[in-house]
Design a protein around this ligand. Structure first.
Ligand code: AMP
Length: 355
């Protein structure tokens, strides 16, 4: 595959008239709202028809819709989007609907470093990155026969925790595992979950300083996952499992949360480590990323996943979080992304934050 060159992509662009485009789902209300606050025009990419519910949210509605038959068709509209000086803001659903290969081929300037996808989607590479950054990850159990404590079994590529299951013994594992589907087994970490939303700017030095650029903590959330987070209404998990009812981990929403303040230095150390290591490995993560963590009773973080773009957990904070309010009032992650693009356009640094 020929590597896309961001400078080539930007040559025809009117830098004073950029538009922000994303797929109408996931965190798009926030992205459009944030872009609008920074003075950008917006394009909502939608399959089949205009998403009617945006009319109910005028401040989160895109200025125009690009209707496609299929998300994979976005590639065919790249000339049209480029004529509008569009910059793509990828979110989890964007990458999922388009498919990783198409996303990497998309010939439109895209916020963030697309190479990160190769490091985050391969669990072995992800571990090299995060452990190399000094983070502690849940122990990986290579041989299911060695299960001697609660584990979580994750199928490769499963979205939103779909199909994941807990096993406490090898027998239980054998009963639940679906044949022929590749999986990983991780220690099930006991503790409280915090999903930390960072923003790394390689071009601004006005936050937590790194060797290059600076890091912000914009917010954090806890995911609401069905059925695991509510099963206790019916009985203990052990009781339910005896009658064949197993908890699932499907994300349905997000709950705002703040953390003990004494843990914040560790939060910044972890974020800084992840950025510094990414600079060594693949030229560096850019913009929003999220570390998915469990805090144990020893107040230690175990990081089980990284998501290298805006996460839906930032949606409770369209008007700012207790952390972002200490940086600038009324600043969502979507708005922060728009600000970064605005700053880069003004300083002629767009090629440093887009790929
Ligand atoms: P993931 O797809 O890796 O984000 O995992 C989906 C959900 O499973 C998470 O949001 C957690 O609730 C749970 N989970 C994942 N890994 C672990 C772990 N090692 N220990 C405890 N819970 C986990």
């Amino acid at each position: 595959m020929t590597k896309l060159d961001i400078n080539d992509m930007l040559t025809s662009y009117d830098k004073n008239n950029l538009t922000i485009a994303t797929v109408c789902s996931h965190s798009s209300l926030q992205i459009f709202n944030g872009a609008r606050k920074e003075g950008f025009k917006t394009i909502g990419i939608s399959v089949g028809e205009k998403k009617k519910y945006y009319d109910a949210f005028p401040l989160g509605k895109p200025d125009e819709f690009l209707i496609v038959n299929n998300y994979k068709d976005i590639l065919k509209y790249s000339e049209e989007l480029k004529e509008k000086n569009a910059i793509i803001i990828p979110h989890g659903s964007f990458v999922e609907y388009l498919g990783a290969n198409n996303f990497l081929k998309l010939n439109i300037p895209t916020f963030g470093n697309r190479d990160v996808l190769l490091w985050e989607s391969d669990r072995n590479k992800e571990r090299i990155w995060l452990e190399g950054a000094g983070l502690t990850m849940p122990e990986e159990i290579k041989n299911p026969k060695e299960i001697d404590k609660p584990v979580i079994v994750k199928y490769h590529g499963a979205k939103g925790g779909k199909g994941f299951f807990i096993a406490k013994t090898y027998d239980e594992f054998l009963r639940r595992i679906k044949k022929g589907k590749p999986y990983n087994i991780q220690e099930f970490v006991m503790g409280t979950r915090y999903y930390l939303h960072y923003f790394y700017s390689p071009i601004q030095e006005n936050a937590f300083k790194l060797n290059k650029g600076s890091l912000q903590l914009l917010s954090m959330d806890r995911r609401d996952e069905t059925t695991i987070d509510e099963v206790q209404r019916l009985g203990s998990i052990a009781e339910l499992e005896e009658i064949g009812i197993h908890p699932t981990f499907v994300v349905t929403g997000n709950i705002p949360i703040v953390m003990r303040e004494s843990l914040l230095p560790k939060v910044f150390d972890m974020g800084a480590g992840v950025v510094e290591k990414s600079l060594d490995l693949f030229g560096g993560i850019i913009g929003s990323f999220c570390l998915e963590t469990v805090v144990t009773e020893e107040l230690e973080f175990k990081v089980f996943e990284i998501s290298a773009r805006i996460v839906a957990g930032t949606n409770p904070y369209i008007f700012g979080s207790p952390y972002s309010e200490l940086i600038q009032p009324d600043m969502s992650t979507g708005r922060r992304i728009a600000q970064e693009i605005k700053f880069a356009a003004k300083e002629n640094l767009l090629a440093k934050i887009l790929t």
